[in-house]
Design a protein around this ligand. Structure first.
Ligand SMILES: O=C(O)CCC(=O)C(=O)O
Ligand SMILES: [Fe+2]
Length: 320
């Protein structure tokens, strides 16, 4: 089992932070040993079907297996609640974002044998699918936006099972306009080929957001992020990223777990009471962002209350 002493630090060195700023990603790095990850997940996966404490459990529009049903299970599953606060992750995130950090969203990204890859995309405000900005940085950030995503491989992620792909250094310029709309077409899933690779965006076609319809990502510069179970990679959501299809050559599904972090100065879901995207709709009544490091001096966001063993609901303070 991976043991971390209370004083152990996983802070990035100045050179690593400089690399992250240049490339837009850092890693992979180990969070769990392979067997530990497998064992943890074997136990935790049984709990996933029980939505009785999930924050989005009641919404009829969530029926069916939409992406949105995969959101924010760290708010009711203990393993995931602990995962997002792991020092291997949080120390690295604070090295870039500063001491006061929220985890505002988690998502599972499963790929079953034969599933298409994920479209090339970048996300700044995360209005991409819902039409409403989900995170808003202050103007003082100088137009900078996005979130740090830490994507942990819960299973093998390789070129057969559908690993992530990045185009290094593309995080400073948005090639997509998230104020445009994409058409939700679930029937298109697993059926569209783009430059010879089956890819989609969970029922959307991300190309619809391209600022220039004639532009294409420079896939000749794409690098595959092969990861063993328990390894994680952190990247700016504004980095051009995608994933390969699951070839079907192995029965093992690929499962990524993405945790998304912002500094406390960022407004999460401003003026938003529900999210509607990927064919699902949920109310945010029971949602809270989780303070994983430092203090929240801004009070912009409703916070979930953390105890040592679990997160408690309802959130500690009313929405502002
Ligand atoms: O796992 C995938 O296929 C996509 C993940 C992704 O786009 C993200 O974590 O932002
Ligand atoms: Fe993404």
């Amino acid at each position: 089992m991976t043991r971390t002493s209370a004083n152990q630090t996983f802070a990035m060195t100045a050179a690593e932070v400089a690399d992250f700023r240049r490339d837009g990603f850092f890693g992979p790095f180990q969070v769990y040993e392979i067997d530990e990850m497998r064992q943890n997940w074997r136990r935790a996966r049984l709990q996933i079907l029980d939505r009785s404490k999930a924050v989005y459990r009641d919404d009829a529009a969530m029926a069916g297996n939409t992406n949105i049903a995969n959101y924010d299970r760290h708010l009711d599953m203990e393993f995931l609640a602990r995962h997002i606060t792991r020092p291997e992750i949080v120390h690295r995130v604070t090295s870039v974002l500063g001491p006061d950090v929220l985890c505002w969203r988690t998502e599972f990204f499963p790929k079953y044998p034969g599933d298409e890859g994920t479209d090339w995309h970048q996300a700044d405000t995360f209005a991409n699918a819902s039409g409403t900005p989900q995170i808003v940085w202050p103007d003082a950030a100088g137009g900078y936006g996005g979130t740090i995503t830490v994507w942990t491989a819960f299973t093998e992620a390789n070129e057969q099972t559908g690993c992530l792909q990045f185009i290094p250094g593309t995080h400073e310029e948005m090639f997509y306009d998230e104020t445009r709309r994409m058409d939700y077409q679930p029937d298109s899933i697993n059926s569209v080929s783009k430059t010879g690779v089956r890819r989609g965006f969970f029922g959307y076609d991300y190309r619809q957001l391209q600022k220039n319809p004639d532009w294409q990502p420079d896939e000749s510069r794409a690098v595959p992020m092969v990861m063993r179970p328990g390894e994680a990679i952190m990247f700016w959501s504004t980095l051009m990223h995608a994933s390969l299809p699951h070839s079907g050559a192995t029965d093992e599904m690929r499962l990524g777990f993405a945790a998304r972090y912002v500094p406390t100065v960022v407004r999460v879901y401003p003026d938003t009471e529900e999210i509607e995207e990927y064919g699902g709709k949920v109310r945010l009544d029971r949602y809270g962002a989780v303070l994983v490091a430092g203090h929240d001096e801004y009070g912009h966001n409703r916070l979930a209350e953390q105890t040592t063993r679990e997160f408690r609901f309802p959130p500690s303070s009313p929405p502002c």
